[in-house]
Design a protein around this ligand. Structure first.
Ligand SMILES: [Zn+2]
Length: 569
């Protein structure tokens, strides 16, 4: 089937999903205050719109210098501390070492393009979990694992709002995870084991080593499978159509990696997670859980690609993983409990933002779990039940400082969200500001704070917080949208008509970046054309000096969109 046929089939399936989905009315454009207003006093909120629609927040940071990969291999290919068992299997000795293979510059460049392509492909089609705190938490774990095996930071992290257990890694270093994986895990270590396995596929260059046909199949799988997840949430006929459209790649997903690739990813993955401070015993444990669940859900998941489907968990693989884990020294109790609170917070935050758990479930769990308490508080806020929320907050505020401290910055974030729901944006900004000063490197706090600042009429301050995010990570759609909102606010509120014009032009530019990274190329070009026309008008005015560099930027942006539009893997 030709590329364009497949494309239109995906689009139809996506459209069908959007039309049926109860959240579909709030498309991405809706977040613009020009089009709609949020229920509390016309306040604008990326978070509230984003979490309901199909799009993605991407967290990657800029990559380390590419060329280092091939130069430093010898010195960097340090063996892991606990590798004595490695020599037990002669077959494994012939496999490439960790970081063993440098890629040529051309290959690295091709991988970067592929990574960007898959990000844009995924972003436009799938319902994502955008919550910045959830992203920060998963990203921290993912980057930590990645750093054990690769010199380059991952290109991006996508968290898909889907109940099936799945994780994947794409060439170029895009790592993805379903919320279902978080909800199926019982510890941070278990979650880390799946991500570590995927990081190993990248670090061992399993994509590049594959035959061309397989490489192509994997790309189809990423585009096609993700579309299938989105479509199957609505009806299975649509999913079937998508699956057929994405050729046999999805059907034969179990053939995606060779058996020896899988064994190597298990082996290296376990090394990676141990090096990063996670418990290797969690890997066989989570494999067993996934195996069980996949058998239970086989009928429902008929159309859902899952980790288990693309990584068949044979008994042989399970027992191999078990015996391998026993070769690692046991963790101390202290080490075992290290991530307990964090996982509790993560698990329940996912439950509440994805609206997976009912009030009854949250209320019951809140009796024993701090994470559930915060999630319930957050949920009360969203339901406009502010008295209930305040009551819970007061209870937590009475706890000893050390115990409260362990919940930060999520406690402050939750508090600020309850205030935002009431339109108390300035108060929300105060609370977030003090946290942001403590953790200036955290993306989530910048995003939450910027939103509060924009809504309390401080868009210039908001913009200053956001700019570094898009510079670090050009595919960060959440940050681009927030920048757009800040500039729209500035255009409306500034006393200077000149500044208002520039802010309007910039809002259009930032919108085009968001559109680019969700694969909506024609809309991105429309936004940029509008920006260009407004800028050209400035050329004959007193603002000619600011018009010239602006025009140069816009022309470069138009060129980038066209290049992305033409790219085909
Ligand atoms: Zn695998």
């Amino acid at each position: 089937m030709s590329h364009s046929n497949r494309q239109s089939m995906l689009d139809r399936a996506t459209m069908k999903q959007l039309n049926t989905d109860k959240t579909a009315k709030r498309t991405l454009e809706v977040i613009s205050p020009f089009y709609s207003q949020k229920r509390t006093g016309g306040a604008i909120s990326v978070a509230s719109a984003l979490k309901l629609v199909a799009s993605a927040t991407l967290l990657a940071v800029t990559t380390a210098a590419n060329s280092n990969d091939s130069n430093n291999n010898n010195s960097q290919a340090t063996p892991f501390a606990y590798n004595s068992w490695q020599s037990q299997n002669p077959e494994e000795l012939s496999l490439p070492n960790l970081r063993g293979q440098g890629l040529s510059f051309a290959e690295q460049y091709q991988n970067k393009l592929l990574g960007e392509w898959s990000l844009r492909n995924v972003n436009g089609r799938i319902k994502m979990e955008h919550d910045p705190w959830i992203h920060e938490t998963v990203k921290d774990m993912t980057w930590r694992l990645n750093a054990q095996a690769r010199q380059q930071a991952p290109m991006g992290l996508v968290i898909i709002d889907s109940p099936s257990i799945n994780a994947f890694a794409a060439p170029g270093g895009v790592i993805g995870l379903n919320t279902g994986t978080i909800l199926a895990a019982s510890s941070m270590d278990e979650l880390a084991s799946v991500v570590a396995h995927e990081v190993a596929h990248i670090s061992q260059h399993h994509y590049e080593n594959g035959a061309d046909e397989r490489k192509k199949a994997l790309l189809m799988q990423i585009g096609g499978m993700l579309a299938a997840i989105a479509a199957s949430a609505v009806d299975s006929d649509a999913a079937a159509a998508v699956m057929m459209g994405s050729q046999t790649a999805t059907m034969n997903s179990s053939m995606a990696f060779s058996r020896s690739n899988e064994r190597e990813a298990d082996r290296v993955g376990m090394q990676i997670m141990t090096q990063a401070g996670y418990d290797p015993r969690a890997m066989p444990r989570f494999f067993a859980t996934m195996n069980q669940q996949s058998q239970l859900n086989q009928v429902e998941n008929r159309f859902l690609p899952s980790f288990v489907r693309s990584h068949p968990l044979s008994n042989e693989r399970l027992s191999e993983s078990q015996s391998r884990a026993q070769h690692y020294p046991s963790l101390s109790l202290n080490q075992q409990q290290r991530y307990q609170t964090l996982f509790d917070l993560l698990y329940w935050r996912v439950q509440s933002t994805g609206q997976h758990a009912s009030e009854t479930v949250l209320t019951t769990a809140a009796k024993n779990s701090v994470g559930a308490k915060l999630a319930l508080m957050h949920w009360y806020g969203e339901q406009q039940r502010f008295e209930d929320a305040e009551e819970m907050l007061a209870e937590i505020k009475a706890w000893p400082a050390a115990r409260r401290q362990g919940l930060e910055p999520l406690l402050s974030i939750t508090h600020s969200q309850i205030l935002s729901e009431q339109g108390k944006w300035a108060q929300a900004a105060d609370i977030l500001e003090s946290q942001q000063r403590l953790y200036p490197e955290r993306r989530d706090l910048r995003l939450y704070l910027a939103e509060a600042l924009t809504n309390s009429n401080q868009p210039v301050k908001a913009q200053a917080l956001l700019k570094p995010l898009t510079e670090q990570q050009p595919s960060d759609r959440y940050a681009w949208q927030s920048l757009q909102l800040a500039n729209e606010k500035l255009a409306k509120t500034t006393a200077s008509p000149e500044l208002a014009k520039i802010a309007t032009i910039n809002a259009l530019r930032y919108r085009s970046h968001d559109q680019l990274w969700s694969g909506r190329f024609d809309r991105a070009l429309t936004s940029l054309t509008q920006a260009k026309q407004l800028t050209e008008k400035l050329q004959n005015t007193a603002q000619a000096s600011s018009a010239r560099p602006l025009l140069a930027n816009i022309n470069a942006e138009i060129k980038a969109v066209k290049t992305a539009k033409d790219f085909e893997p």
